[in-house]
Write a protein that binds this ligand. Structure first.
Ligand SMILES: Nc1nc2c(ncn2[C@@H]2O[C@H](COP(=O)(O)OP(=O)(O)OP(=O)(O)O)[C@@H](O)[C@H]2O)c(=O)[nH]1
Length: 321
């Protein structure tokens, strides 16, 4: 594996690139943990999110420069600061107010060339990737331990695991064929099935192995269960089945659905159809409708809710009804 620093619009992060022995792809983790840029861990703050394989010594003849080049350095690498990590100290356990701060926030993101690179409006994948990094980077309020202490904040911490599972695992070629079937009127689930695929062919073994390498969600780590950003209950179950310790599901609301304009565009709903806080909504119209989201994205999101059981806290209205 290798790691490097990447500045993002939401703050600094580390990009980790992983090889694996299950497939031929390179999967990634974008680690948000700004405290790491300030130097080695200290026992009074949450542990740094560090890769165990990165910090390990790889061979007897590995030089300091080899370790630095592959990313095993602490703090921010610069011409004045060039020290490889000391694997013994890289995973200092935190002795502090462990139970007062929320567990790290993570998202498993699946590759989407069309949505992320081309900016296709058939899905919201590009927005979701950016939004996930933004949400993970949000400062976390820490309750004060005595009435005399002012409330504090610590930097947001967590990771996006970027899995090379294009088209929910069916690959780009099949996804493009599925798009054409969608243009004939089929939804994303039916289009997959017509091509001989399952609705969702993704697996999470590698994603959980990456998180384990980062010390996140492992049952053997001190207090580091994870909060998972997703609306997909099957994803949460699949992650738990692979051994991830999930302490909370955090909804991943499409950004535009929350915007003021979207809310203003909501037609008045009868009292018996008020939006519940966080549950699957059978039946019904995309708040804001095509004017805000576009027809293709509208259909994509509706199918996620109505056919794949995604938990979006918004009313959907079926135009056919
Ligand atoms: N087969 C197929 N895949 C699609 C289509 N549109 C987007 N995708 C893929 O769907 C995946 C994105 O799904 P996610 O946004 O992670 O959705 P999810 O994991 O089911 O649920 P959330 O975690 O709630 O977002 C990516 O791999 C996209 O390439 C489509 O029309 N057909």
């Amino acid at each position: 594996m290798a790691r490097t620093r990447i500045p993002t619009p939401h703050g600094p992060a580390f990009l980790h690139l992983y090889h694996n022995n299950r497939d031929s792809k390179e999967h990634m983790a974008i680690v948000v943990d700004p405290a790491q840029f300030q130097g080695p861990p200290n026992p009074d703050s949450p542990p740094h999110i560090r890769s165990k394989t990165l910090d390990a010594v790889w061979s007897d003849n590995e030089t300091e420069m080899d370790r630095i080049t592959r990313g095993a350095y602490v703090g921010r690498l610069s011409a004045d600061s060039q020290h490889a990590s000391n694997p013994i100290h890289a995973h200092t356990h935190w002795t502090g107010i462990n139970d007062l701060i929320p567990s790290p926030l993570i998202r498993i993101h699946s590759e989407c060339f069309t949505g992320e690179t081309v900016g296709s409006m058939r899905c919201d994948c590009g927005e979701q990737l950016d939004e996930a990094i933004r949400l993970i980077s949000q400062p976390i309020p820490v309750p004060s331990q005595s009435p005399l202490d002012p409330p504090k904040e610590i930097p947001g911490r967590g990771a996006v695991v970027y899995m090379r599972q294009e088209g929910r695992g069916i690959g780009l070629l099949s996804k493009i064929r599925a798009y054409n079937l969608q243009d004939l009127g089929h939804d994303t689930v039916t289009a997959n099935l017509m091509l001989g695929h399952q609705a969702d062919e993704r697996g999470y073994e590698i994603a959980v192995a990456i998180l384990r390498d980062l010390g996140l969600g492992s049952k053997d780590e001190l207090g580091e269960g994870v909060r998972v950003l997703t609306n997909n209950p099957d994803k949460v179950k699949a992650l738990e089945d692979e051994g991830l310790r999930v302490v909370e599901r955090v909804p991943m609301i499409p950004r535009s659905w929350r915007s003021r304009n979207a809310m203003l565009a909501v037609p008045a709903l009868p009292a018996d159809r008020q939006s519940p806080k966080d549950d699957r909504i059978p039946g019904a119209t995309l708040i804001g409708g095509n004017a805000v989201y576009g027809e293709d994205l509208d259909k994509y999101l509706r199918t996620k809710v109505l056919r794949m059981g995604h938990m979006l806290p918004l009313w959907l209205e079926d135009p056919e009804q």
